[in-house]
Design a protein around this ligand. Structure first.
Ligand SMILES: [Zn+2]
Length: 450
């Protein structure tokens, strides 16, 4: 199909695409423990029906040892055509009322700005319907062999890495299309090429053997909570940059994000300043960042006039593309073990070292993906990073080391508010992504046969 034919076909599919998206957003497919299981199973079944209806008739719920099943299927292309694996996920984040939703998260609502609001409208049900519509665009006869994998536990303890490792043959391909990303702004195409990794640990600080009366002993006696606070504050410098010796960081060379777009999503409180130095792109995608994400000590309700003997915090550090997660975690642990004030005792427990990801940008598949984005959007495609971590990508790379990656989707960073209240997606962005995906399949097939 030519681009004109693809665009016309996709335009005719859009009412169906929007209807599918609205139907799926209305299903609260939260795979987190403690949430009802029925909607997640209903979501899996309905997604399966849509995929079969779009032409992958052998699609099925895959067997997994635990958790909600991924959906897998294959549709053969012409003899000798390349193989593409399409990825999206059908589970979503919870949507607590306390997040401040202005419409019901499970009632898809189109507002005056033309965007569709609801939990999962962007992340990742928009990516999911874009893949299904890409199959529909070819009326069941894609120019490449298409394999689809739709995960059911991406937002929680994913079971897909194990599945991939147990069935590497299902993931052999020339290119992975990961439809769980997006442009920085609507209408301005980018491919995501770099994702940060994530390391974490807990640190416990102890100063005394047991609680002491703060009147009788306070003054000379070091307090574990205050010692922990000082230790935590040593993790960043005055400007807010990570101050840990030996961690990796550098400049970002792709498209940058404006401070304005960043703040539109982040909504800092009045008077609160941004942290760190360098461009927003540097700080999000090329330098590490660190946060204390939990704390255990005596609660305010249980507090009395005693000096606390122990306090613990969980620390999460995002690490930059290209860095070694174990080495980065080592640097964090060493810092914590050597920077506590007052000789306080420190115990660190390592929790996680999830690898970052750097997509190869020098292969023919990536070039085809970039061309497809440029043509579908009518403006040159750039490269962006993603602050989030997807350890699955590294697993896919390890089972199919020759395969290239296209990381993209309809979730724009400026307005989609994924994981937050009033998540939304622009249907025109979904339409352009379907065109880009269909063009990519055409281009990969054309390259292989030439
Ligand atoms: Zn997602």
């Amino acid at each position: 199909m030519t681009i004109d034919q693809i665009e016309a076909k996709v335009r005719s599919l859009m009412p169906r695409v929007v209807a599918d998206l609205e139907e799926l957003v209305a299903i609260p497919s939260i795979a987190f423990p403690g949430y009802p299981e029925e909607p997640v199973h209903r979501m899996a079944e309905r997604t399966l029906e849509l995929i079969r209806d779009a032409g992958i008739v052998d699609a099925h719920l895959a067997e997994v040892p635990h958790g909600y099943p991924p959906i897998y299927g294959e549709l053969k292309g012409p003899e000798g055509s390349p193989t593409v694996v399409l990825y999206a996920h059908y589970d979503v984040q919870p949507a607590h009322a306390s997040q401040g939703w202005t419409t019901d998260p499970w009632t898809p609502t189109t507002k005056e700005d033309g965007r569709i609001y609801g939990r999962g409208a962007a992340d990742d049900k928009s990516g999911l319907v874009s893949l299904i519509a890409t199959l529909r665009a070819f009326d069941g006869k894609p120019p490449c062999t298409v394999r689809i994998i739709v995960e059911g536990m991406e937002e929680t303890e994913s079971n897909l890495e194990e599945f991939v490792e147990a069935h590497p043959e299902l993931f052999q391909c020339d290119m992975f299309v990961i439809a769980d990303m997006g442009n920085l702004r609507v209408g301005e195409p980018v491919l995501t090429t770099a994702l940060r990794g994530d390391v974490s640990c807990t640190v416990t600080v102890r100063t005394i053997d047991h609680p002491l009366h703060s009147g009788v002993y306070g003054g000379p006696t070091p307090d574990a909570m205050m010692a922990l606070a000082r230790l935590l504050s040593s993790l960043v410098d005055e400007a807010g940059d990570v101050a840990i010796e030996g961690v990796t960081g550098g400049p970002w060379e792709g498209e940058d994000m404006t401070e304005e777009d960043f703040l539109a999503g982040a909504e800092l409180l009045p008077g609160v300043s941004l942290l760190g130095t360098g461009s927003i792109g540097d700080r999000l995608w090329a330098k590490p960042s660190i946060n204390a994400i939990g704390i255990d000590t005596t609660s305010i309700a249980d507090s009395s006039n005693v000096i606390l003997p122990a306090a613990s915090a969980k620390i999460s550090m995002r690490i930059v593309p290209g860095s070694n997660p174990e080495a980065e975690l080592d640097a964090l642990v060493t810092h914590l073990e050597t920077h506590a004030p007052w000789g306080a005792q420190v115990e660190v427990q390592r929790i996680k070292a999830a690898p970052p990801f750097l997509a190869a940008t020098d292969g023919p598949g990536y070039a085809a993906a970039r061309e497809a984005m440029t043509e579908a959007f009518g403006t040159a495609a750039g490269e962006s990073g993603s602050g989030g971590s997807i350890p699955l990508l590294q697993t896919l790379h390890s089972v199919a080391p020759q395969a290239e990656f296209a990381l993209w989707g309809p979730e724009d960073t400026a307005l989609s508010r994924i994981h937050a209240s009033d998540e939304s997606v622009d249907p025109a962005e979904i339409e352009r992504m379907i065109v880009a995906q269909a063009l990519l399949l055409e281009k990969l097939a054309a390259r292989a046969s030439s």
